[in-house]
Ligand binder design. Sequence first.
Ligand SMILES: Cc1ncc(COP(=O)(O)O)c(C=O)c1O
Length: 389
Amino acid sequence: MKYNFDQIINRSNTSSIKHDLKEMIFGTPNILPLWVADMDFETPQFVRNAIMERALHPVYGYTFRDDAYYESIINWMQRRHRWHIEKDWILFSPGVVPGLNMAVMAFTDPGDAILVQPPVYFPFFSAVKDHDRVLLENELVCNGSSYEVDFDDFEEKAKQAKLFILCSPHNPLGRCWTREELQKMADICLKHNVLVLSDEIHNDLVLPPFKHQVFADLSPEVADITITMHAPSKTFNLAGLATSSVIISNEILRKKMKGVLSRVHIEMGNIFGIEATKAAFNAGDEWLDQLLVYLKNNIHMVAGLLHRELPALKVFVPEATYMIWMDFNFTQLSDEALHEMVFKKAGVGLNKGSDFGPGGSGMMRMNIASPLETVMLGARQLVQTFKSL
Ligand SMILES: Cc1ncc(COP(=O)(O)O)c(C=O)c1O
């Protein structure tokens, strides 16, 4: 491999949520942090060079996004996802979560119902509740080794919903939705006049042979009801630069979204995020391809060890993302007791499944985007603790 993903980087004292807040979150300093969704790998050199080059210029004044910024996104979407987008369709948001919240403000009113599919990334819930919208949940169904959509329930809920927030690929379940599944969801949304907010932040992290289908690219009719969220942050480990895109081809919807974005005056973004985005999307293909190979091996190794040494633990091998969803219900522990055991006894900082809503009780999410040595240490600590149960 040209790039070294094995290198262990000390991230302490870098204002890292994952590393510097671990004691506060888990209540113990002796914890291996495999939680927050960023990676312990270095951001690629070509991205750091672009940031450093800009940093060398001594003035960091007001900024805007030039044509090269938009072209880098347009070309990336074309190359990686065969999705044609236009410059005008791309709006800026300082992060996907702020974008989700602003989209809720733009496209719904207090009291409107919004549909989500738990267990799902928890800011989806707050994006609904914090704006006094009504939460509708189409719980995803475990079929043994994976999860699927209950389409009858989806349609029942869609009848009442104004907006559907889709997580594609799905965090924390690691599903890379098939074209057929997405088409079925789209047909129901079209039938019942439901807008779709498609959070595709993990779309570059689809593990071969799985392939990402852009929701808006299913058909022109689907594009017309879709607001797509994307960012270079998960893919290239740039979350601290708070730079992402809201992509909308429908002019009327785009105008509504633009209205909220300009009312809160967050359109400027930041200089380093702009340069990092250009560098990542222009030069990142080979790095990303190697990252995917590395992540896939980490998943294989961790899942393999857990399967051999702790067969009672159900491990959901992801099709996308660097998250592994695990079922600890064999322990028959309460969530509180389970968390105490994982954090205090095993010393592994995983995300609580219960935070992801219905279907999350007894589950944990492990972030495997760290050097293999680190994630295997975490897996071994889990084995040691839970083997005797
Ligand atoms: C589905 C999903 N959306 C959004 C985000 C975060 O987006 P941002 O950091 O750009 O707000 C995450 C991070 O884990 C995520 O999993």
